[in-house]
Design a protein around this ligand. Sequence first.
Ligand SMILES: Cc1cc2nc3c(=O)[nH]c(=O)nc-3n(C[C@H](O)[C@H](O)[C@H](O)COP(=O)(O)OP(=O)(O)OC[C@H]3O[C@@H](n4cnc5c(N)ncnc54)[C@H](O)[C@@H]3O)c2cc1C
Length: 420
Amino acid sequence: MKEVNTKYLIIGAGISGLMFANVKKDNYLIIEKESEIGGYCRTIYKDGFIWDYAGHFFHFKTEEMKQFFKDNMKNEKLIEQDKNTKIYYKGNLIDYPFQTNIHQLEKQEFIDCLYDLYNKVEKENYDSFLDMLYGKFGKSIVEKFLKPYNEKLYACDLNCLDKEAMGRFFPYANINQIINNMKEGTNNSYNNKFLYPENGAMSFLNNLYNNLDKEKIKLNTEIVSVDYEHKIAVTNNDEIIKYEYLINTSPLNKFLEITHSAEDKKLLDRLSYNKVLVFNLGFEKKSQFDEHWIYFPEKEINFYRVGFYDNILNSDRLSMYIEIGYNKNDKNIDVEEQLKLTIENLEKIGIAKDNKLISYSTILMDPAYVHIQGETNEEVDGWKKEMKEQNVYSIGRYGGWTYCSMEDAMIAAKKLAETI
Ligand SMILES: Cc1cc2nc3c(=O)[nH]c(=O)nc-3n(C[C@H](O)[C@H](O)[C@H](O)COP(=O)(O)OP(=O)(O)OC[C@H]3O[C@@H](n4cnc5c(N)ncnc54)[C@H](O)[C@@H]3O)c2cc1C
């Protein structure tokens, strides 16, 4: 068995692992199981279409990360967009978020939403995500959009999710904001503006990769076992890696399997999450739609969200991503059937009417959205604290078992690299 030594062993060359190494600059070794870097921020180039693993757009909340991003993209064309997003509701398109645009509904539906919003019973403390939705928005807004949409996305009973399950990504609004939006139409939510590289999200990751010493990044290599007491990791090529610090960015549910610890196995059994089946679809010509993405709450439609790369990149053929949510326990996903249903629904809605599909790709993001659950997340936090004692840090959206953006993953990786 070959033996290698490193100070910082990084599992995964996604945005978190690459960012950590960019800040650390030296004494690291990145092990990546895939044949290319990028993780979920990879881009697929096929038949002239540019598709991410489901749209990956850069919404910056900090000037620091925005500047870092721009500095690393100096030689690339960046597109800045004011987001244009809609909800497809009973055959009409209404502005997102639903709760601040109820005035765009048919009269009786609007009255129901407004009446229930006014008469809702707010609580001091909410038991779950669903309980919070009812308390803050009333029955009609919840049952017309918030509940069916989020059930399709998370693929679980919303009573199982923590009231803060979506953190800052949930577009909260009180009655005043809802009423004011009827006249002012500001539609503020967390991501009003976003940046997108002309060659897809991956081009930023490639630049992070190019800043690094390629000798210190091993592709096609998987960490299959970790002994954190002795600070040893083993690869699928039977290499032994001795480290001082372990930075895990692989999904926690996968990491807990390779530590072979009975305690970790108990935590693993409690983790809940969804999977997202993504179709990237390329058509012969453009559609009539000019939105960047559209949300679909209705259960009769198999997908919960679709996005239009062509409207973001200003290209001349309809180029889309389609997202379909599954529970972690859903074993038999019929991809062919879902593709057929997707095309049928796109035709019915009018998006793919009189158009021809000329190229596509399929991706299963597993895990995709971590289910944030009060007690389990406390256990994850406890586990992280214990791991810190062993110099093990689990970060990123999946390593850290959280709901966060690429920017959040970059911030967390940078902060850790500056601290240890
Ligand atoms: C449907 C969807 C849409 C999204 N859209 C956006 C968006 O528009 N904007 C945004 O900011 N964020 C978005 N995100 C979130 C974004 O994908 C994540 O925040 C980000 O990709 C997390 O990066 P990471 O490096 O932490 O993890 P990952 O990208 O998962 O990287 C982990 C890496 O570890 C590797 N790995 C795993 N196990 C091992 C092992 N045992 N040995 C070696 N390597 C291993 C993997 O191959 C992978 O390369 C979206 C997420 C989803 C699911």
